[in-house]
Design a binder for this molecule. Structure first.
Ligand code: SAH
Ligand code: SF4
Ligand code: F3S
Length: 467
């Protein structure tokens, strides 16, 4: 792959976008309200916060649902086939809504749009889409909106560039917990994965920009930050300043935000230095998302993961030794091309051995353009479906067993909201990343509360308040 340099979006360009924002704000034809529909991972969730920030600054009100908005934007995902189909199905359905609201503008952005050939397909096949742009053009929404208001034709802009845009307005979903992107893109090219093709080459934000953002968030009363990147462990590559993820974490820890989380970590890049930072940190939470994907060395090799089962288990052992009781979670793919029953059983044995607090399990989904999509020996659907059932059953049992370690333990919960089951109870995540429910009211939302775990009910921890 040809060498590509990250494109730092210039201050001049960002000033230009602010001028477009103002033009849209003053345009009587502009939509009065917007609604953002988000698919996919936390990266997309945070991108949607930026979309909402720009739309707010263009003078639009947030509508409670898509039926009541004049501008609906779909921020799409294409990591698996079902994610893509769901997005397209929903966009198509909006065609009907337009019959009731002829002024409705339909926009689509995100990973799905960044796939090769997609921009053309939108213009030819999905003629009801008014506005479309890729992941690298997010900051240009004001300009594209301005163009759309001047024209009856679809406005489509997808560039194959690795941009970093600082200072894009953000409208955050939560007041107490905030996302901070530390790096964009991915260079790992796991053979099944489309992300490197739709998010571009790996590039890190300047450390000073990240630290400034964290300090501002602390000032505004944020209690938790979640650092985002497809592979946070390789943070720092390509920056002028010599740095890495372990050092970034250490500096963030010193700022004093009560809770720091991050995702995702790649097992091949999880260094001893990072584990030492976790051991001594004050604010980094005792939880770790470490996708394993498979427990079989041959499958891992063909996935291009560049670690083996032994290395993975060694990382788990070191993490647990440094941070006793750490909450471990993972991602697993079943039915990778050529996966035999025996190889699958290696994954089952690993899940049994590690004991995860939770696992996201997926049936392999071929993605056009990736290496694995071209492999012979695709596993039949019914075989893959049977394997995932068995894996889920095993994980369910192991999860229950792991939860037992919390019984009687003190935990601190950042309250997210009222419990779904009762309006006299609240729930949120403990420091280890597990959901905890206990007696409380709306007033507790956004606060950190000390509790003692008293019971385990359907994989949720129930607790009593201590203060
Ligand atoms: N960067 C992260 C996660 C990226 S996508 C990482 O490296 O772990 C999130 C998860 O989706 C992956 O961990 C993987 O388990 C799953 N996934 C990605 N591509 C997939 C595919 N083609 N089929 C099924 N699952 C896939
Ligand atoms: Fe995809 Fe692998 Fe990159 Fe994760 S590390 S985004 S699975 S290519
Ligand atoms: Fe999906 Fe893009 Fe995230 S493909 S998983 S939204 S990086």
């Amino acid at each position: 792959m040809a060498e590509r340099k990250p494109v730092i979006v210039s201050e001049e360009e960002l000033r230009l976008q602010r001028e477009y924002m103002q033009m849209v704000r003053e345009n009587p034809e502009r939509p009065a309200s917007y609604h953002v529909v988000t698919y996919g991972c936390q990266m997309n969730a945070h991108d949607s916060e930026k979309l909402a920030g720009m739309l707010r600054d263009m003078g639009m009100e947030e509508a409670p649902d898509r039926e009541h908005a004049d501008f609906v934007i779909f921020n799409t995902c294409c990591v698996r086939d079902n994610a893509e189909r769901r997005a397209l199905g929903n966009v198509t359905w909006l065609k009907e809504i337009r019959k009731q609201n002829p002024k409705l503008i339909i926009a689509v952005c995100g990973c799905m749009i960044q796939q090769p050939g997609m921009a053309d397909r939108i213009l030819r096949q999905y003629k009801f889409i008014d506005l479309a742009f890729g992941t690298s053009n997010l900051h240009k929404l004001p300009e594209l909106m301005h163009k759309k208001l001047q024209s009856d034709r679809a406005v489509v802009q997808v560039e194959d560039e690795d941009t970093i845009a600082e200072d894009v307005p953000v409208k955050r979903l939560r007041k107490d917990s905030a996302y901070i992107t530390i790096m964009y893109g991915c260079d790992n090219f796991c053979s099944y994965c489309i992300v490197p093709y739709v998010r571009g080459r790996e590039r890190s934000r300047e450390k000073s920009a990240i630290l400034n953002e964290a300090r501002q968030l602390k000032e505004s009363g944020v209690k938790e930050i979640m650092l985002l990147g497809q592979n946070v462990n390789s943070y720092g590559k390509g920056l002028a300043e010599e740095t890495n993820f372990a050092r970034l974490l250490q500096e963030l820890d010193e700022i004093g935000i009560p809770r720091i989380r991050f995702m995702t970590s790649h097992p091949k890049d999880l260094s001893d230095e990072l584990i030492e930072v976790l051991r001594h940190s004050r604010h980094i939470l005792p939880q770790f998302h470490l996708p394993v994907q498979s427990g079989n060395d041959e499958i891992l090799r063909r996935m291009n993961r560049r670690y083996d089962r032994a290395r993975y288990l060694d990382r788990v052992r070191k993490l647990r030794e440094a941070v006793p009781g750490i909450g471990l979670t993972t991602d697993i793919i079943v039915g990778f091309p050529g996966e035999t029953e025996e190889q699958f059983l290696d994954t089952m044995a690993l899940v049994d051995e590690v004991g995860y607090d939770s696992a996201f399990t997926f049936i392999y989904s071929p993605r056009t353009g990736t290496v694995a999509a071209g492999l012979a020996d695709q596993v039949p659907e019914d075989v893959a479906a049977d394997r995932i059932q068995r894996l889920i059953a095993l994980q369910d049992r192991r999860q229950k067993e792991e939860m037992a370690r919390f019984l009687g333990m003190e935990e601190e919960v950042l309250v997210e909201g009222l419990s779904r089951r009762s309006d006299k109870a609240v729930s949120g995540k403990g420091r280890h990343g597990v959901s905890i429910t206990f007696g409380g009211t709306e007033e507790d939302v956004g606060r950190i509360i000390r509790v003692r775990v008293t019971e385990i009910k359907n994989n949720t921890l129930m607790a009593e308040r201590l203060d």
